[in-house]
Design a protein around this ligand. Sequence first.
Ligand code: HEM
Length: 298
Amino acid sequence: MFEDFRKFDEAFPYLVKGYPLNSFKGLEESRKNFWKHLASDELNKREMVSDLIAEYARICDAEKDRTLPKKLFSTAWAAQSNTMVSAFWTIYFVTKHGDAKAAAEVEIQRLLKETSQTLNGKTPINFNRNDMDKMTVLDSIINESLRLHVSASMLRQALQDYDLKVLSVGKTYRLRKGDRVMSLFELNHKDPEIYSNPEVFKYDRFLNEDGSLKTDFYKNGKVVRFALQPFGSGLSKCPGRYWAVTELKQIVILLLLYFDFELINPNEEIKMNKNRVAFGSLPPTNDPKIRFRRRVMT
Ligand code: HEM
């Protein structure tokens, strides 16, 4: 199923642009496979089905809605596609930037101490939501990673003729019914007046001097309302954003607690695939090699 998912994911930007499904070899087949596995009679045979999927299936069954596989597939895509790529970049930046790795380790060790836990390889480490919320260094690392690799946009269509005031440029644009407007959040993410040296990864960019999370960024002396919007905005803002950030934090915590890891070629340039500009997390064009070793616990 993972291979089918990958095939679909790779074709996704082209499908959105209107390329027909059959212009990709095997894609029709992959979609059928997915739908087969996600149909309710298949799901009913499984022992471990998440509450979310069970609830979806229950509602669709009650309403005799036969689109359950389509709904589950689009949810799976929304939940996995961006998160996998964001996990990659977050691990990559932590591995590449020694200062980020060191600061994150200090924070995790502090939390271990505060929660009276020791790492011995036998008792699992348990951080609750409250503990995770205190991890502002990890928040800053994740925000900085999202700022650099997510190219999110918001697409809206005018339902009637409308005068759109754009405060940041002091202009009003006349929209006709049916016109579409896209707001590309990446423009703010890479604006040097909002973020100095915007192409550079700075792990503490989102930290105030007292260690709290920095949320206000300025342009021309005014706070920028949408300085960081990797999850979009408005009604269709990503409903999985807290889940995603928690997953990213957990990945970094587990890696730092249980593994030693480093880049084999620290100077190798890893680029972002611009094919997905405006669609979310930009995947890497090449895979860096990472050496890792499980830590010996005593
Ligand atoms: C780092 C990971 C993620 C990123 C960068 C991301 C980003 C986005 C963006 C930019 C949108 C479009 C927002 C808009 O149109 O204004 C979106 C929508 C959505 N996301 Fe995420 N997302 C992530 C993880 C997740 C996860 C983990 C889930 C589910 C558990 C999820 C579920 C959804 C859904 C269902 C929508 C559609 C919302 C709608 O149209 O009303 N996302 N996401």
